[in-house]
Design a protein around this ligand. Sequence first.
Ligand code: NI
Length: 185
Amino acid sequence: MVYPIVMYGDPVLRKKAKEIVKGEMDVKAFAQDMFETMEAASGIGLAAPQIGKSIRFFVVDASALEEQPELKDFKKVFINPTILKEEGNEWDFEEGCLSIPNIREDVWRKEKLRIHYFDEEWVEHEEEFDGMKARIIQHEYDHIEGKLFIDYLTPLKKKMLKGKLTDISKGDVDTEYRILAPLRK
Ligand code: NI
C-alpha cells in the first residue's frame, strides 16, 4: 500500500518516535508498505514518521543510484535502531527530503557510524557504515529523532527558505507523489 507523504510542518515529523515492541505489529507487511511508498516517490530512504507513524522504523534503498556501484545492494530495513557512535571527518553533500520537496541544501555529517538495529525478521545487527550509506542512515535516523536536514542550516539560510517551507506546509508544491500537507485548506 502506497501512503501519502507527510509534509513539513506536521508535528509528527518533530516527535521522537517510539520503540516497537516485537509482536505488536506486522513489521514485514509494514516494511513492504514503506518500500512501496518510497519507490512511488523515487526516494532512497523513508522513515515511518513521514507516513504519519511515530515509530522507530526506516527503510533505505539506494540500489538505483547507478553512478555509485557500492550502493548496489544497499536495501535495508532498520527497526529500533540506535547509532552507537559517529566518527571521522565531516563532509558536505546536498541533501533533499521527500517531506520537504524541491529544496536541496548542503549538510555536513561525520563520515562513519556504528549502528545497532533489528531487521524485518527481528534479527539483531550491529554494523558499521561509511560514506553515502552512513549519510542516508544519518538522515533517516534524524527523522525518528524528530530532526530534519534543514535544522543544520544557518539562520540566514533558514530565513531565506521560510516562504518555500510555508508553501510546502500548505501543500502548495509540485510533487510526483501523493502528499499530506498539514496546513492545506
Ligand atoms: Ni528525509
